[in-house]
Design a protein around this ligand. Structure first.
Ligand code: HEC
Ligand code: HEC
Ligand code: HEC
Ligand code: HEC
Ligand code: HEC
Ligand code: HEC
Ligand code: HEC
Ligand code: HEC
Ligand code: HEC
Ligand code: HEC
Length: 328
């Protein structure tokens, strides 16, 4: 399933990406241009006024509070740094040329993310941030193939406790944000055996890159092509002399419920034998069926509870350097 879907997902993702700029520019720019053109034509039959850059000081004249707070925004560097092309005009890096708006004061005459399509917002932000590496992974796109824009998770002009930059300093702040939409996932973390997210000891971004990207499973963080799990559980990475094939070839979630589980060790099955036998069955019909042939060998007598507790003997179930049967 996973393997067959991957190329399709990739293709769709790439297609959406390639088509993105062209599709997006039109809806994003056209309505604004039309609107700004209409009043002008109606009022005086004049040609549409060309919007020009006026500089942040002009904006500050009317948007005093936002402009003052902006000095603490990481984007303030645009205002002061000569090399980035927006010195003294940082507001317009995102909001576009403001000359018309500064005269009309109309919301229709300024590029305002509040009224923009998700994909257009992403495009605006990615103009600068694309391929930037962050500690949650490379910034390749927004979320869920650009249907959830940057601004659902990053606010720009909020300050103090209301600012997402401030909230994200704590794992609990990130989790709260993700949980607002992914309530079912958050519910899984309330099960008895879980990664310690409800306790605030780690966050969703430990395993997911919120900025989607084009990797398998879209959001999974990995170093190289490996599961992000190894960032913390490096002992499971190996390389082992005797590997357990599924640990190497399948996602960890073939055996574990990674968000949370009612079973100890976050196992998918309450009884370990049931889990192992999903792959190691080769069960023959009774009376022989009580013992499984082939893999595992027939000495394993499934009638006896002793043999059903597989990991009592196969202790190194993720891989072993000592024994092919992974018993030590
Ligand atoms: C002369 C005063 C004035 C100036 C100068 C001015 N604005 Fe505004 N701006 C306003 C007013 C009034 C509104 C509220 C419009 C409304 O709600 O209809 C507004 C609204 C906005 C909005 C929100 C639009 C929305 O969808 O609600 C943005 C964004 C904005 N201004 C950005 C800017 C930027 C950037 C500059 C500088 C290039 C600027 N403004 C300069 C008066 C001004
Ligand atoms: C990095 C991009 C960016 C820069 C730079 C920026 N803004 Fe904004 N602005 C936004 C976004 C995104 C929003 C939509 C609200 C939000 O997500 O916080 C917004 C919203 C606004 C609004 C509407 C606020 C509201 O709540 O209705 C105004 C007014 C505004 N910006 C003015 C400014 C001014 C003035 C500057 C320069 C001092 C500026 N912006 C710089 C991205 C930016
Ligand atoms: C004109 C270029 C430009 C645009 C457009 C832009 N940014 Fe930025 N952004 C920057 C710069 C420069 C910084 C400062 C940190 C850096 O150098 O990476 C920054 C910083 C940030 C940070 C904080 C990073 C940190 O290390 O703390 C976030 C989050 C962010 N931007 C999100 C956004 C979002 C969301 C948008 C769209 C609404 C946006 N940016 C649009 C240039 C831009
Ligand atoms: C689903 C929510 C979500 C969406 C959508 C999203 N982000 Fe983020 N972003 C986060 C979280 C969470 C972090 C990690 C914050 C942290 O750990 O400090 C982050 C980190 C970042 C950082 C690095 C900040 C740092 O401290 O290293 C930048 C820059 C950034 N995002 C920009 C963007 C841009 C641009 C977009 C849109 C293309 C976007 N984000 C969309 C949730 C999101
Ligand atoms: C504004 C709502 C919203 C927020 C906030 C949000 N997401 Fe999402 N997320 C979505 C939507 C919509 C999808 C696509 C539909 C789906 O698969 O559920 C999605 C998809 C995902 C997927 C991929 C699911 C798949 O099957 O490929 C992961 C993983 C994910 N989000 C993690 C996160 C994380 C981590 C955060 C917090 C940093 C977060 N989300 C915040 C709305 C949101
Ligand atoms: C310990 C690592 C880890 C943490 C922490 C984690 N996830 Fe996941 N998540 C995964 C893995 C692995 C998968 C893929 C599961 C699979 O293959 O069936 C996944 C799948 C998902 C999916 C898509 C499938 C589904 O189960 O709905 C969403 C959405 C998601 N995670 C959201 C979140 C959110 C939101 C958080 C934080 C509240 C979070 N995850 C925390 C590892 C993690
Ligand atoms: C950011 C670090 C981190 C990442 C990434 C991570 N884990 Fe964990 N994991 C932990 C910690 C810490 C514990 C111990 C939790 C506790 O206190 O019981 C743990 C415990 C576990 C346990 C044992 C739970 C128990 O009841 O003994 C399993 C199984 C597990 N993780 C699987 C995974 C899988 C699978 C992934 C990848 C999808 C993953 N982890 C990713 C940090 C992480
Ligand atoms: C073939 C099934 C299987 C796969 C695949 C698997 N595990 Fe496990 N895992 C187990 C079993 C069974 C236990 C319980 C062992 C015990 O009770 O001694 C366990 C226990 C754990 C534990 C907690 C005890 C310990 O040894 O630290 C962690 C952490 C863990 N697994 C992480 C992972 C990670 C990370 C992956 C993916 C690389 C993974 N597992 C893949 C079956 C599996
Ligand atoms: C997702 C399927 C899957 C699950 C679940 C699974 N295994 Fe395996 N296991 C395999 C495969 C595939 C091999 C490699 C068989 C081969 O090379 O012939 C293997 C090999 C083994 C081997 C022998 C190693 C060797 O090279 O001969 C042992 C022992 C083993 N598994 C024990 C277990 C135990 C114990 C469990 C339950 C905790 C378990 N397995 C769960 C798929 C699985
Ligand atoms: C009492 C200890 C014990 C228990 C319990 C046990 N095994 Fe084994 N298992 C062994 C030993 C010892 C071997 C090696 C036999 C050999 O080399 O001929 C082995 C071999 C295997 C092999 C084949 C390894 C190979 O090299 O071909 C598989 C697969 C296997 N066991 C799976 C399981 C499963 C699944 C369970 C639980 C249902 C289980 N075992 C329970 C001791 C145990």
């Amino acid at each position: 399933m996973r393997l067959r879907l991957l190329p399709l997902t990739l293709a769709l993702g790439l297609a959406a990406w390639a088509a993105g700029p062209r599709q997006d520019q039109k809806p994003a720019e056209k309505p604004a241009d039309q609107k700004s053109a209409q009043p002008a034509t109606k009022a005086a039959d004049k040609a549409p006024v060309k919007k020009e850059i006026v500089g942040s000081e002009t904006c500050a004249g009317c948007h005093d509070e936002i402009s003052t707070h902006f000095k603490k925004n990481p984007h303030y560097i645009l205002e002061t740094n000569k090399k980035r092309g927006w010195e003294t005009k940082a507001c317009e890096a995102c909001h576009g040329p403001g000359s018309v708006h500064a005269e009309t004061n109309s919301a229709d005459d300024i590029r305002s993310p509040k009224n923009m399509k998700a994909s257009a917002i992403d495009e605006m932000c990615l103009a600068c941030h694309k391929n930037q590496s962050t500690h949650v992974g490379r910034l390749q796109s927004s979320h869920a193939r650009n249907s959830v824009p940057c601004t659902s998770c990053h606010n720009m002009h909020k300050t103090g406790a209301e600012s997402t930059a401030e909230q994200y300093k704590k794992a609990s702040g990130i989790n709260k944000q993700c949980a607002t939409c992914h309530m079912d996932v958050w519910a899984a973390f309330q099960k008895p055996h879980h990664h310690k997210l409800p306790e605030g000891a780690m966050s969703c971004t430990g395993c997911h890159n919120p900025h989607a990207g084009f990797l398998a499973q879209n959001n999974r963080l990995s170093s190289g092509q490996e599961p992000g799990c190894f960032n913390c559980h490096s002992d499971k990475r190996g390389p082992f002399v005797f590997e357990h094939a599924p640990v190497r070839n399948e996602p960890c979630s073939v055996c574990h419920e990674v968000h949370g589980s009612v079973n100890p060790r976050m196992m998918k099955r309450s009884e370990v034998a049931n889990l192992c036998l999903e792959c190691h069955s080769n069960i023959q019909s009774p009376p022989k069926g009580a013992a499984i042939g082939g893999i595992p060998p027939a000495i394993h007598d499934m009638r006896s509870p002793r043999w059903r507790n597989c990991t009592i003997c196969h202790q190194k179930v993720h891989g072993s350097n000592a024994d092919r049967s992974m018993t030590r």
